[in-house]
Design a protein around this ligand. Structure first.
Ligand SMILES: [Zn+2]
Length: 221
């Protein structure tokens, strides 16, 4: 849905921004407005831009992980639901899979670590810095949950495939993905506008995970 702006090559990787990112920014800004009123508008807008930049760094983490194994990244696209990196090759074996999948969340955990260190050592940490630190910690941990299509789902499937057929491993992470999606919708139902976004993410997860289940269960779904 919507067009995409091509930013060209940055660090050897094409970067594309879907127009729907504006909707994500709007969600964040309106949410900040709801929480802190007009005084929070500038902070929320600054946070939105930096947060979307951190999503970009997450995807570049995957690109870096691929690069370690000689896998080129065609492009990184930022969307309403975050982003995705398209790697030209496929990671080989479970170790490469784990490293490439983990490199995205690792970027967010690294940013969170730096920002928390900064907050602890520099006086008068701003609202934006502390919110960005928390958001990155959350992004890192959330993406490591072991359900498809999250990075943690890919990691779990790669590890499980050492002990069971890969199809069954992907079936397991598919079911966990559906479970996480249902949980998110439940959480989203209990809060305001931020809750709407949480619910949308939940629906997206269930859709993708159901497809994964269907693919790996011989069409019984
Ligand atoms: Zn990722």
């Amino acid at each position: 849905m919507g067009g995409a702006i091509d930013l060209g090559k940055i660090l050897g990787v094409n970067v594309r921004i879907e127009m729907t990112v504006l909707l994500l920014a709007a969600f964040i800004i309106v949410d900040g407005f709801g929480a802190r009123g007009t005084s929070g508008l500038l902070d929320s807008a600054t946070f939105a831009v930096l947060f979307i930049f951190c999503i970009y760094l997450h995807e570049m983490g995957h690109a870096f992980g691929g690069w370690l194994f000689g896998i080129r990244t065609l492009d990184v696209t930022l969307t309403f639901f975050g982003g995705y990196a398209r790697l030209v090759g496929v990671p080989r074996g479970s170790f490469q899979n784990v490293v490439v999948s983990f490199a995205g969340p690792a970027a967010n955990l690294l940013i969170a670590g730096v920002l928390y260190w900064y907050s602890a050592n520099v006086d008068g940490t701003s609202y934006v810095v502390s919110r960005l630190a928390f958001a990155n910690l959350f992004l890192g941990i959330f993406n490591l949950l072991p359900g498809y299509p999250l990075d943690g789902g890919h990691i779990a499937a790669a590890i499980l495939s050492n002990f069971m057929p890969p199809g069954r491993a992907r079936l397991v992470t598919g079911y966990i993905g559906v479970g996480i999606g249902i949980l998110l919708i439940g959480l989203g139902l209990q809060s305001g506008l931020g809750g709407t976004f949480t619910m949308l993410v939940g629906f997206m997860l269930i859709l993708a995970a159901s497809q994964e289940i269907q693919t790996n269960s011989g069409g019984r779904f």
